[in-house]
Design a protein around this ligand. Structure first.
Ligand SMILES: C[S@@+](CC[C@H](N)C(=O)[O-])C[C@H]1O[C@@H](n2cnc3c(N)ncnc32)[C@H](O)[C@@H]1O
Length: 229
């Protein structure tokens, strides 16, 4: 079951409980309890978005004006699709949103979706083929590997994904284009930030409110692509 569907089911069950029984009836799993009570989860449910992640992109977009009508946008690690839902309305009919994820994604009108592992060649080739050489205005990456609990290897896998996103940006971004990537602070972070600074006029960190304070996750926003050098 998808996360928000699961949340909806739990929320509707908790709505049926008698007043005063809430604490006893909330899920016993601490992660699930936190998820169900999360303000952004509730908001996403109310506003009809697929994931609370929408509010991360929305906050950055409202502050930094990333998305504009007519833009060509690539969304890496797109499932379940809340960034796509948001992006497609912002770029409008003249724009284009091409999304990729290793997981399947329910279709979204106006979004071209590729299912595949971004660490493999074939999905990348399909993406390049779909673009047909047309330069891209904005590359988004919210990719995050499944966490194994072994910190060193989790960090290495996360860094590998951001490096691949930067590699792609090198190949497809138009001059002056933008890259927004989710990254985890830790080993490899300073070197990656430096690699971005060599390619973009400005590189800034963003920690939107919907990104949990205890998480090492932050976003690097790179604007003004100058080329891979
Ligand atoms: C935090 S979720 C993205 C949420 C999305 N931005 C949204 O708004 O719905 C991270 C996504 O990265 C995807 N991902 C992780 N590793 C990947 C890989 N190697 N190739 C493609 N997608 C990957 C996961 O499947 C997951 O859907």
């Amino acid at each position: 079951m998808k996360l928000l569907s699961l949340t909806n089911a739990i929320l509707s069950m908790s709505r049926k409980k008698k007043p005063g029984k809430q604490a006893a009836s909330s899920p016993s799993n601490p992660w699930l309890r936190e998820h169900v009570q999360d303000e952004f989860v509730r908001r996403a449910q109310k506003e009809g978005y697929r994931a609370r992640a929408i509010y991360k992109l929305q906050e950055i977009d409202e502050r930094d004006h990333l998305l504009k009508p007519g833009m060509v946008v690539v969304d890496l690690g797109a499932a379940p699709g809340s960034w796509c839902e948001y992006a497609v309305t912002r770029v409008g009919d003249r724009g284009r949103v091409i999304a990729l994820d290793i997981l399947p994604m329910e279709p979204i009108e106006g979004v071209e979706f590729i299912q595949g592992d971004f660490t493999e060649q074939e999905p990348l080739d399909r993406l390049l083929e779909i673009l047909g050489g047309k330069p891209v205005d904005l590359v988004l990456s919210d990719m995050a590997p499944n966490i194994s609990g072994i910190a060193v290897s989790d960090q290495a896998r996360a860094m590998h994904l951001v490096e691949l996103a930067l590699d792609l940006a090198d190949q497809i971004l138009r001059p002056g284009g933008t890259l927004l990537v989710k990254i985890f602070q830790g080993r490899g972070f300073p070197e990656f930030q430096k690699a971005m600074q060599q390619r973009f006029k400005s590189v800034r960190t963003r920690k939107p409110k919907a990104s949990r304070a205890r998480s090492r996750e932050i976003y690097l926003l790179a604007q003004g692509f100058m080329g891979a050098g």
